[in-house]
Design a protein around this ligand. Structure first.
Ligand code: ADP
Ligand code: MG
Length: 153
């Protein structure tokens, strides 16, 4: 299956893409955010959260690993696994409870949780392009394909 991608020129456009993504989400999605430090994963997450009505700040939960946002329509769990030593530590966080139809999971540094995290519905990768970024995404499940289809239109 082919990847889709879009160029995002600046931070505001990154937030805008996140808001678009929120509109395409139906609930229960697991989304992996790949890309190096400083690529804009948290910025994109802020856009998704704003798309669901969150108005406060959004910071990478680098030390707590996960930050829950209980919003009107659903709960968003925002993960940053950069400092996760061992994927098994996720078991102690009780993460299985986080992956439900009433919640969505946005996961920065998902490779650190390999083996414990479920398969992502959507894999999203951010790279530098010129002075902005290119976001590339790929569906891995039927739910992810539905999401990707909505993103295109
Ligand atoms: P990450 O979570 O991937 O480490 P952040 O979301 O914290 O990255 O963003 C790092 C920096 O990148 C911020 O200063 C942000 O303003 C900037 N940034 C985000 N998106 C873009 C973009 N599309 N073009 C240029 N800079 C961006
Ligand atoms: Mg971050």
């Amino acid at each position: 299956e082919s990847d889709s991608s879009v160029f995002v020129a600046d931070e505001a456009a990154m937030v805008g893409f996140g808001q678009q993504l929120a509109q395409a989400i139906s609930g229960g999605e697991v989304i992996f955010l790949n890309g190096d430090l400083g690529m804009g994963k948290t910025t994109l997450s802020r856009g998704v959260l704003q798309g669901f009505g969150h108005q406060g700040s959004v910071k990478s939960p680098t030390y707590t690993l996960v930050e829950p946002y209980e919003l009107e329509a659903l709960t968003v769990f925002h993960f940053d696994l950069y400092r996760l030593g061992d994927p098994e530590e996720l078991e102690y966080l009780g993460i299985r409870d986080y992956f439900t139809d009433q919640s969505i999971c946005l996961i920065e540094w998902p490779e650190r949780g390999e083996g414990i995290l479920p398969v992502a519905d959507l894999l999203l990768t951010i790279n530098v392009e010129q002075r902005g970024r290119r976001i590339t995404w790929q569906a891995q499940t039927e739910k992810g394909r539905q999401l990707a289809d909505k993103l295109k239109s």
